[in-house]
Design a protein around this ligand. Structure first.
Ligand code: C5P
Length: 248
């Protein structure tokens, strides 16, 4: 039984390829075991575009496309459709884009993946960016809700709009699962090996803490990509998260 079905299975580790061009992305991916999940974010996508996603997918790496889509429903649906046709397996959308946008993106992703035969593209909602604290959120949204309340409300909105999961800090993971159910996927960034460098992240957690909080996907960048031996660092993250050193 998978985590998604409520079973106790170790989370998947996604390696964030935060590099400026396709050559660097392919070189880094080439140092990881076959089948390792990779994240293509705004930096790499803006530089190398869909080609990088297609090439990584062709080499057997499931791609988490972290484009944080936030637009009118028609445009967001178009982005989801294009991502599905490219063969991406996970795509982020902003929950604050609202119900109509979320439903349009979810429907378009499902339809396009079926048409293209690329396998399901699951959508993850960004609730409140983890770089925003209560004061910064109030500056954007006006007085009122704090981040914790906003995260729960936006995650519930996403769930009710057909979105498969959310991106959240490890500290928010349990609350999101409590509001949305165990089968609502949660991807957690800000992961550091016990005793590792925290870099610019404010709130970090170890793989074991993320796994215990119920995270389905650990998004890990520098703890793996800046290591001398990225494959060995990935194996350590997997071991700490309770996963065997395998890929699927
Ligand atoms: O190097 P590090 O492990 O901090 O990288 C974390 C990855 O997760 C980066 O790609 C970053 O953009 C992403 N991320 C994050 N916090 C979020 C959402 C995504 O750190 N709230």
């Amino acid at each position: 039984m998978s985590r998604e079905e409520g079973g106790v299975v170790a989370p998947e580790v996604i390696v964030a390829l935060d590099v400026p061009d396709e050559d660097a992305a392919l070189a880094l991916a080439g140092r990881l075991p076959e089948g390792t999940w990779v994240k293509v974010g705004l930096e790499l996508f803006t530089a190398a575009g869909p080609d990088a996603v297609a090439r990584l997918s062709d080499r057997g790496h499931p791609v988490f496309l972290d484009l944080k889509v936030h637009d009118i429903p028609n445009t967001a649906a178009g982005a989801a459709r294009s991502a599905a046709r490219l063969g991406a397996r996970l795509l982020t959308v902003h929950a604050s884009g609202g119900r109509t946008m979320l439903e349009a993106a979810a429907d378009a992703a499902a339809e396009a993946a079926e048409e293209a035969g690329t396998g399901r593209l699951r959508l993850l909602a960004v609730t409140v960016l983890t770089s925003l604290d209560d004061a910064a959120l109030a500056e954007v949204m006006g007085r009122g809700a704090g981040t914790e309340e906003a995260v729960g409300r936006l995650a519930a909105l996403a769930r009710g709009s057909g979105i498969d999961g959310a991106v959240a800090s490890v500290a928010e993971c349990r609350a999101v699962k409590a509001v949305c159910g165990a089968d609502f996927l949660v991807a957690t960034p800000g992961i550091r090996l016990a005793g590792g460098d925290v870099h610019d992240q404010k709130r970090v957690a170890t793989p074991a803490e993320a796994s215990a909080a119920g995270s389905d996907f650990l998004v890990v960048g520098r703890a793996i990509t800046a290591a001398e031996d990225p494959a060995a660092a990935l194996a350590r993250v997997r071991a700490e998260a309770g996963a065997a050193d395998w890929t699927h």
